[in-house]
Ligand binder design. Sequence first.
Ligand code: ADP
Length: 262
Amino acid sequence: MVIETQGLTKRYGRVVAVEGLELRIEAGEVYGLLGPNGSGKTTTILMLLGLTEPSAGQVRVLGLDPAREPLSLKRQVGYLPDSVGFYGEMSAWENLSYIARLNGLPPALAKARMERVLERMGLTEVAHRPVGAFSRGMRQRLGLAEVLLKEPKVVILDEPTLGLDPEAAQEFLQIIRSLKSEGITVLLSSHLLHQVQAICDRVGLFHKGKLVLEGRVEELAQRVLGGAYRIRLEATPLNGLAERLQALPEVSRVQAEGQGLR
Ligand code: ADP
């Protein structure tokens, strides 16, 4: 198991941001963490990365405890936050070189990897232009290029399509999906089920800090989207989550065709 949590919980004062999370993600999976804003997706990601400590429960990523071994984890796990900062007056190449140096890559290896990731992200032709003039889509691709420089085993992306127009979003999602063929395990968060479902092997649905439904996309699509515009999620077993579902009768108003989960 590449990512595994048990009873993972995070409280901010009285706010329970994540509660009793049981997550199991296997090597090579593309897993979508789905839920409306404020449902606990980012908090979960931050705990997986060791950037915030759980209030209770356990988390292992590649067998490591992120809070205890953040540096070993950082070498193997790439993270693309929902907005990436670049030096706008510097070119894509210069931004990447800087990251390569921070990662301690020897110059020759750095150059070879930079050429490869820029090519993969379709940025070779604009590599020497200042990033300040890049579109949001190009910035996202450059962000992923930076993440891939260290050849991570796991890539975690927070709302990767935020602010992208539909075409750029689809293009970027296909790039994310292509990481699977390299054996990279991917976890991404989104509040737009309809947008990400095509690229995820499995999705987990968050509601008020709890994982209320989880499964393969086809199962979920049938269960959640198979019919009327607004549908109540059924309190039926799916990977042993029935109890949690039943405990949340108010859960589940999912907007099927609209802009996402509310
Ligand atoms: P999502 O990523 O799904 O939008 P978050 O994980 O950001 O959700 O937030 C989950 C809940 O935790 C929200 O109620 C949010 O207001 C709260 N929260 C998140 N971060 C903090 C923080 N640093 N301090 C206090 N409350 C927070």
